[in-house]
Design a protein around this ligand. Structure first.
Ligand SMILES: Cc1cc2nc3c(=O)[nH]c(=O)nc-3n(C[C@H](O)[C@H](O)[C@H](O)COP(=O)(O)OP(=O)(O)OC[C@H]3O[C@@H](n4cnc5c(N)ncnc54)[C@H](O)[C@@H]3O)c2cc1C
Length: 393
């Protein structure tokens, strides 16, 4: 197995890092502390970063995308996460609008011009107040009424929920069919308005996260689709739940690569610091217990990176990565908490000072162990794959 980036990938990585260090890193900390990005701010960042492949990287070239492979896209996300993981996460979720826009002639007509300009923000709404890890227990329901569906229910912890133009809502469309009766309903905010309430969290402060309320929300029939980037009004093909579960493989691998970016940021900041901070008449990097912390951080970062890119390579090869994406997500997100926590310790009191980025790394890492399946759920997926017995249905 080859984990070496190609020369083209290395060149892109260097160019992106230089740009991000100059344009994004200097503002990241201060802006993140101010809370959720507005839609205008997010679109502004997308436009700034699109030339490198953020937002439209995996869109085929025939639709004016970059046509990047998944591994290169992951590398870009890692780099942005290294300077501002909340922005990296927000842009990644926003980019889901592209999958919808290229999924059928109907959606192309509607959305392609806006996605090509980086002006359509997407998000996915699965979680509900009473349906978290058990996504199949959702209550949100869409009922057919002539040429429309009437959507009722509420969703919570929805990334980009307050700024999204299009929301992929997981809803029951046929209650007699169990999981097969669950569909993705694409709600366009302008066409089918709904209310939202912003949630405030320990980390990823600038990354909007919201509750969404759908009350007799009327959605055109064409918008009931089969999954993320579904086929658009395909009649019988409305098994959104199964498609959502498959989409979790790339979602979990994305959480892992965000974690790797935070780990690398924590390692880089700590190495710089221990070289220049002096105590007892010498750099603290000369003390063995400090070196041990650095060594542990580097080892966990490397392990996370290898597990993560293995999952991305499988996705690039068109293979299933159910086990590998769960191993990567479960390990890397917990490792990011440990690595960022050591970075705080290494920085002494400065580690908990909001004026330095290090405390943000720990707060952001703490958010990663929950979405797209908690660490415990990843372990149950690994256990199921290994043992062949399901701990839950
Ligand atoms: C930052 C952030 C962003 C998010 N973005 C989105 C989004 O864009 N869209 C969306 O739909 N959702 C989103 N979520 C929601 C997220 O997917 C859920 O929070 C997650 O699935 C867990 O659900 P819960 O919070 O209800 O916890 P619960 O499911 O109630 O779990 C609580 C605890 O019980 C444990 N637990 C539950 N079941 C089991 C089990 N069978 N065995 C062992 N332990 C178990 C869990 O591991 C956890 O420790 C986001 C969450 C966060 C924190």
């Amino acid at each position: 197995m080859d984990f070496e980036f190609t020369e083209a990938q290395k060149k892109l990585k260097n160019e992106v890092r230089e740009f991000l260090e100059t344009e994004i890193a200097p503002i990241a900390n201060e802006r993140d502390l101010k809370g959720p990005l507005t839609r205008e701010e997010l679109v502004g960042f997308i436009k700034k970063l699109m030339p490198f492949g953020y937002y439209n990287g995996m869109v085929p070239k025939e639709y004016n995308g970059k046509g990047l492979d998944a591994t290169t896209m992951a590398m870009l996300i890692e780099e942005l996460s290294r300077v501002w993981s909340g922005l990296a996460a927000s842009i990644w979720i926003a980019s889901s609008a592209n999958m919808v826009a290229v999924s059928s002639p109907y959606f192309m007509e509607k959305f392609l011009t806006r996605t090509q300009k980086g002006e359509l923000i997407g998000c996915a709404a699965i979680t509900e107040p009473d349906a978290g890890s058990n996504a199949a227990s959702i209550k949100t329901r869409a009922v057919k009424d002539g040429d429309e569906w009437i959507l009722n229910g509420s969703k919570t912890w929805i990334s980009n929920g307050s700024v999204a133009d299009v929301v992929n809502v997981l809803a029951i469309t046929d209650s007699g069919k169990g999981q097969m009766g669950i569909s993705m309903v694409l709600v366009e905010r302008e066409v089918s308005p709904f209310e939202h309430r912003e949630l405030h969290k320990i980390g990823w402060r600038a990354f909007p996260t919201s509750e969404l309320f759908f009350k007799d929300c009327r959605v055109p029939d064409e918008n009931v689709i089969s999954g993320f980037g579904g086929t658009g009004n395909q009649g019988e093909s409305r098994s959104g739940y199964k498609n959502m579960m498959a989409a979790f493989e790339s979602a979990r691998s994305t959480m892992s690569v965000l974690a790797v970016g935070i780990c690398q940021a924590a390692v880089d900041a700590s190495i710089d610091y221990v070289r220049q901070r002096e105590q007892f008449g010498r750099p603290i990097g000369g003390f063995q217990m400090v070196q041990e912390m650095i060594a542990d951080m580097i080892t966990e970062t490397d392990a996370s990176r290898f597990l993560t890119y293995r999952a991305w390579q499988l996705i690039d090869q068109g293979k299933r990565a159910r086990l590998e994406s769960s191993i990567a997500k479960g390990y890397a997100c917990e490792a990011a908490v440990r690595v960022a926590s050591k970075a705080l310790q290494i920085h002494g009191a400065r580690g908990i000072d909001e004026n330095y980025a290090v405390e943000r790394y720990l707060r952001d890492a703490r958010s990663l162990t929950i979405p797209d399946g908690t660490t415990q759920i990843q372990k149950l997926v690994i256990g199921r794959e290994a043992i062949g017995i399901r701990a839950f249905d």
